[in-house]
Design a protein around this ligand. Sequence first.
Ligand SMILES: *Cc1c(COP(=O)(O)O)cnc(C)c1O
Length: 349
Amino acid sequence: MTAEFLAPLRLSLNSAALVSNWLWLRTQSGNAACGAAIKADGYGLGVEGVMRRLMQAGCRDFFVATWAEAREVLPLLADGISLSVLHGVRAEDMTLALGSRAQPVLNSAEQVARWKAAGGGPCDVMIDTGMNRLGIGMDDIVPGMLGGLEIITLMSHLACADEDHDMNVLQLGAFRHARQAYPARRYSLANSAGIFLGADYAFDLTRPGIALYGGIARSECEGNIRAVVTPQAQILQRRNIPGGASVGYGAQYVAADPRETATINIGYADGYLRNLGSYGAAVADGVRLPIIGRVSMDLVGLDVSDRPDLREGDWVDMEYNLPLLSAASGLSQYELLTGLGSRFDRCWV
Ligand SMILES: *Cc1c(COP(=O)(O)O)cnc(C)c1O
């Protein structure tokens, strides 16, 4: 750890695991290129650190949500790297978009008209094949509407790729029609989970997000996708409490017998949400330290009776097995990552 990291809480981010996940997803993508969704600050990991490592591993195609996100990584864009802005272009974005090396993913007739009228350069187009979220509905494409655009990637997004749902085949069929009808340099349909629906879904480019960061998007990822993120927090204080004493707001935890406790520097304002308190734990050298009492905004209580050696200033890991914590808490694996707040130092190891 270098001296620049001073916060009492940090995300330990495993570079080798991130790269290994991308390389595996690339293999699973067959002949298709494998891109990376890095929106929402790289799913909470820190977009710059993610993008640098994936570029070095060979990734060439990146996806952010907004132009504000694009602006953050524009300085990193080397030759041959493409950055697509999934939410397209609003009027407010045009100045930045027209002068930028990033390209919009045009999602509506209005966005297409705006881009054409401004003489915009290369772009992507999102076709809606049944999710009804973003994208031009295939029935709404009138003849000539996409003509005159320099479409790099024509894409669509799967609503139910993480399940074996009828929607998948319907969307695949609709996307195949779109591919026949609308010329583009390449075609892209699959997110992380879509990669495992079969080779048919890969087309020319896949767009994984969650699995890069350790999410188990489908069962095929188990044993192949490695965990990347471990939140860590520093012990601020250690205390001995007698039987009958309570810990934290609402006095919800009451010690049955004398316990030793520690208060650590992490809380719901860091994305360590209150309902994780019931399932979560910290770990120190393999010893599980259960959370006691309510999670506070900035603090969490632990039972450290099994680790008499832990002191003020020592660090503990938070258990952060994404599929297990998701199943227990009802939060999605996506929420467990993207909620991780700005107070963490993000430390790549
Ligand atoms: C977020 C997103 C992805 C990545 O999805 P994951 O489920 O995280 O793999 C791919 N494509 C689009 C259009 C997205 O919005």
